[in-house]
Design a protein around this ligand. Structure first.
Ligand SMILES: [Zn+2]
Length: 464
């Protein structure tokens, strides 16, 4: 700790040069773990690590000496070009760590392992794991280092390979070989950490020296740039810029078609075009679950909700994310997220998808468990449960449509655009009810107060 602190205080030119330039790949399969956590656990202080988001075969490995890959997802197979590119990188001296287990179906990583003479197997490893030899396999490996293994599958290796860690039946779960001028390390995924918060750096005592000592056999130039690569394709899509790779292109193509289907419904529902200047980047992630939103970029899972087999979850997600562009420049108070999903539900209903109604009913019921007729609990309270906020929001939208519709949301959004000055700093629930009242030509403060919203016309900055 103190050594690290002192090191941080040294001027740049006096620091020992970094000898490892690592690349963590998230183009074949995205995970938060591979987006920085692997580095934190095993390479911090030893390597400069960048992420590869773009198609693997396009990456310039000339100044890289450690490539970290996971087994991948069958939705994005390795392209021949990427397989060749990785093999050439190793032949030229690079070190590859492939963390992979066999399975049914076999992950794409099996094909890459095969290129190096190893075969992933579906056979489960038997506990306990042990070192294959009493000799240390890395100079920096402590003599008393143990093994933590979360389980996985064994693999078959040819004679060129050296087993490093084996299961109870002496089948390999970590092995190394030279290939051309480079080194390949194949390991069962359960020998490495997993947590997105990087709190499980298992086996770091021997993983780190193994990786570093292998990687430095290919010298890199620490003065030359070592930069990550981003998804290489872009397509303009209404208020969104779609970003994708060769591997996610099939999903991007059909997501474009879904968006083109969704967009006119969003215009009809909101009565307006998306707010100008609110372009968002919409990155297609090679994963089935999870996504993130950061600044102007929204990232969504390519096979979200089992897309394209199931279409509704994707239609709802696209409507939700695009819907934010219709709502801006003033985010909604309280229900900025619920209103985006509600737009998705309404689009789903207009597309006659039965799941849309089910989603609406499910959330209303979840809200009613906290507030059976939605008149008791203040949804703006700090401790308001999430289901109450979402359920009550949907209830308000449905009630307003029933009382003042049809097309009450369009009336609201048109009035909001006309009435709310761009400069307005904070758009509050008092302001929001002022807009609703104007849109419906009715004083709606009493209605909102009857649903336990503590709103007052006098507090709105938008006048009577
Ligand atoms: Zn959102």
């Amino acid at each position: 700790m103190i050594a690290a602190l002192l090191l941080a205080l040294l001027p740049l030119q006096e620091r020992p040069p970094v000898r490892v330039h690592a690349v963590s790949d998230i183009s074949q399969e995205f995970s938060f773990y591979m987006d920085g956590r692997f580095h934190t656990q095993y390479l911090k202080g030893h390597a400069r690590t960048v992420q590869n988001w773009g198609s693997l075969h396009r990456f310039d490995f000339s100044n890289t000496n450690l490539l970290v890959l996971v087994e991948g997802d069958p939705h994005v197979p390795y392209s021949q070009a990427s397989l060749d590119h990785v093999v050439q990188y190793v032949e030229a001296g690079g070190t590859l760590l492939l963390m992979a287990d066999g399975g049914d179906p076999m992950p794409p990583g099996a094909e890459l392992a095969a290129r190096f003479g190893a075969r992933l197997d579906a056979q489960r490893a038997a506990a306990p794991a042990r070192f294959a030899s009493s000799e240390r396999f890395a100079a920096g490996q402590p003599a008393d280092a143990g093994i933590e293994y979360r389980g996985g599958r064994v693999f078959e290796i040819g004679l060129a390979w050296t087993p490093l860690v084996v299961d109870a039946k002496s089948e390999p779960i970590l092995a190394r070989r030279s290939f051309g001028k480079g080194i390949v390390i194949l390991g069962s995924r359960g020998l490495f950490g997993h947590q997105p918060d990087a709190k499980d750096p298992i086996n770091a005592a021997w993983v780190t020296p193994l990786l570093v000592e292998s990687a430095v056999t290919k010298p890199i130039d620490p003065k030359r740039a070592h930069e990550g690569a981003f998804a290489e394709h872009k397509r303009e899509l209404g208020p969104l810029t779609l970003e994708y790779t060769d591997g996610t292109q099939p999903y991007a193509d059909s997501i474009v078609r879904e968006y083109e289907l969704v967009r006119p419904h969003l215009v009809a529902l909101t009565g307006v075009e998306p707010a100008p200047g609110m372009i968002k980047n919409f990155l297609i992630l090679p994963t089935g679950g999870g996504g993130f939103s950061s600044g102007e970029r929204i990232a969504i899972a390519a096979w979200w909700g089992d897309y394209p087999k199931q279409r509704y979850p994707m239609v709802e997600l696209i409507s939700h994310e695009a819907g934010h562009s219709w709502v801006l420049p003033h985010p909604e108070p309280l229900w900025n997220e619920p209103i985006a999903t509600y737009l998705g539900i309404l689009v789903g209903q207009r597309l006659e998808m039965p799941e849309a109604r089910q989603e609406l009913e499910r959330q209303l019921a979840a809200g009613r468990r906290h507030d059976p007729d939605f008149t008791k609990l203040n949804p703006l309270a700090e401790d308001a449960p999430r289901d109450l906020v979402w359920g009550k929001s949907y209830f308000v939208f449905e009630e307003l449509e029933r009382r003042h519709g049809p097309g009450v949301l369009a009336k609201y959004f048109r009035t909001k655009r006309a009435l709310v000055p761009k400069e307005l700093r904070e758009y509050t629930m008092d302001d929001c009810v002022a807009v609703w009242s104007k849109a419906c030509e009715t004083d709606l403060y009493p209605f909102f107060r009857s649903l336990a919203f503590p709103v007052e016309a006098g507090k709105s900055k938008l006048g009577p």
